[in-house]
Ligand binder design. Structure first.
Ligand SMILES: C[S@@+](CC[C@H](N)C(=O)[O-])C[C@H]1O[C@@H](n2cnc3c(N)ncnc32)[C@H](O)[C@@H]1O
Length: 259
């Protein structure tokens, strides 16, 4: 009992921080890689794509933090979507000075006309391949980095209700092809990384409520969290698997007029 109480006190600050969280700035919580990180840089590739683009969409921009850093490379018009009502206004304030409008919208149906974007960017945001293809102009490109299915797979034993969105790599890649796009990059990477402690894990699960439905770290999930901590603690920190994939696809079919 005493142990549970002290564990509760230990993680409570992280739970509270997650409750107050907005935007999408997570540098402080980035784990230390113990194996090589992805051999690509989404940010560098995105920046390069922006250089020749007349119109750009960033899907699920969060608080607009990443798109703001990329905006210095922008030469054309740009717009971002964000579905979460907390973040949409924050992103709007952050991106407006850079001439970027923010539309509050989900990502599976995009509120834009056909064939209007030269570049669509999407980091860690859900998508519908045919819908992305619909809004791409001729010669347009979608670049997306996604979290892979094996991300934190070690935790599943302890949290059987952890969501499994399936392996999205093949469906997204096949979806782009089925929609008439040419896939020019399809890469996956997994590596082990060390988190500073259980608090960081609790925080990251807290800000992603879609991962463990009704996550209750101070209540019914506390024992499972402590068991996972014991299972994966090393002298480097709590070691878990990271998983990412990168897809780039181009509209080359000429099936529709340039937007
Ligand atoms: C993983 S974030 C990616 C943000 C951005 N594309 C980036 O890479 O920095 C995915 C999205 O989840 C949204 N989100 C965060 N917390 C949420 C919550 N409690 N409910 C619904 N959506 C949330 C964020 O605003 C963001 O748009």
């Amino acid at each position: 009992m005493h142990d549970l109480e002290s564990a509760r006190d230990r993680i409570r600050p992280f739970v509270e921080r997650a409750r107050r969280f907005s935007g999408w700035q997570l540098d402080e919580f980035t784990p230390r890689p113990l194996e090589p990180s992805p051999p690509w840089s989404y940010e560098a590739q995105a920046e390069e794509l922006l250089q020749g683009a007349r119109s750009v969409l960033d899907m699920g921009t969060g608080g607009g933090e990443l798109f703001e850093t990329l905006s210095s490379a922008l030469v054309g018009r740009a717009v971002a979507t964000e579905s979460w009502s907390v973040n949409a206004p924050l992103a709007a304030v952050r991106l407006r000075p850079h001439g970027i409008a923010v539309v509050q919208s989900g990502s599976l149906r995009l509120p834009f006309r056909d064939a209007v974007f030269d570049v669509v960017l999407n980091r860690h945001e859900e998508l519908e391949a045919s819908e992305v293809a619909r809004v791409l102009a001729l010669e347009g490109t979608i670049l997306t980095q996604q979290v892979g299915r094996n991300q934190w797979h070690e935790l599943r034993t302890f949290f059987p209700r952890m969501q499994d969105f399936g392996d999205l790599f093949d469906p997204y890649r096949n979806g782009f092809q089925a929609a008439g796009l040419t896939v020019v990059q399809a890469r996956t990477h997994e590596w082990k990384a060390a988190y500073r402690g259980l608090g960081d894990i609790v925080f990251l699960l807290g800000i992603a409520p879609w991962e463990i439905p009704d996550f209750d770290p101070l209540g019914r999930d506390l024992s499972a969290l402590l068991a996972a901590e014991e299972a994966f603690s090393t002298d480097q920190g709590i070691v878990l698997t990271e998983s990412r994939f990168l897809l780039e696809a181009k509209e080359t079919s000429g099936r529709r007029p340039v937007g």
